[in-house]
Design a binder for this molecule. Structure first.
Ligand code: AMP
Length: 178
């Protein structure tokens, strides 16, 4: 299923969660068996040779992609969660979003030094969310081999913001215009 077909399953929701934001609702894509399978298989085939040991998936929608990708790559799964959700000792970082601000946390033992990490989220917008996850993984001395997204709002230039981290940036669906 090529990119155009996957894109056809994404629903634009204007003015959600606040006026001026066009929310990319990915739930119709995940609901469709062929589209969901295609998403997972294309991600997995892209990173199959990257020797990923741990998938770091960003709560909450990143976990929907990250879990099957980790399983299929034979990697472990670690969640980056919002402040106060993880039960044990954490490292934390605050960041700003396309709409609002947030704090992300990762368990201090989630990534051992030198572990090959693939960071997964549903959508790349300004890059603030994944940049926070990058900081957490680097703080624990993980080696980031890739950043994977189902969708990328290319017009927000999140990719440029993430370039300094040096990891490959991969998305299945791109939007060039607002
Ligand atoms: P950012 O930090 O700006 O890259 O925002 C990315 C995060 O916010 C992802 O976890 C997305 O789930 C969510 N997000 C931001 N903008 C949108 C949007 N227009 N549609 C859907 N999700 C979005």
């Amino acid at each position: 299923m090529p990119e155009m077909e996957l894109k056809a399953y994404v629903r634009d929701v204007p003015d959600y969660p606040k006026p001026g934001i066009v929310f990319k609702d990915l739930t119709p894509l995940w609901k469709d068996p062929a589209a969901f399978r295609s998403m997972v298989e294309r991600m997995v085939s892209h990173f199959r040779e990257s020797q990923v040991e741990t998938v770091v998936a960003i709560e909450s929608r990143g976990l929907i992609l990250g879990s099957p990708i980790a399983y299929a790559l034979g990697a472990g799964l670690v969640p980056v969660r919002k402040a106060g959700k993880l039960p044990w000792r954490t490292v934390k970082v605050s960041y700003s979003l396309e709409y609002g601000s947030a704090t992300s946390e990762l368990h201090t033992d989630a990534v051992a030094p030198g572990t090959r990490v693939l960071i997964v989220d549903d959508l790349l917008a300004t890059g603030g969310t994944v940049e926070a996850a990058i900081k957490l993984v680097l703080h624990l001395q993980g080696k980031i081999v890739g950043l994977a997204f189902l969708a990328e709002l290319a017009f927000l230039k999140g990719r440029e913001r993430l370039l300094p981290c040096g990891a490959e940036i991969f998305s299945l669906i791109q939007y060039g215009e607002p």
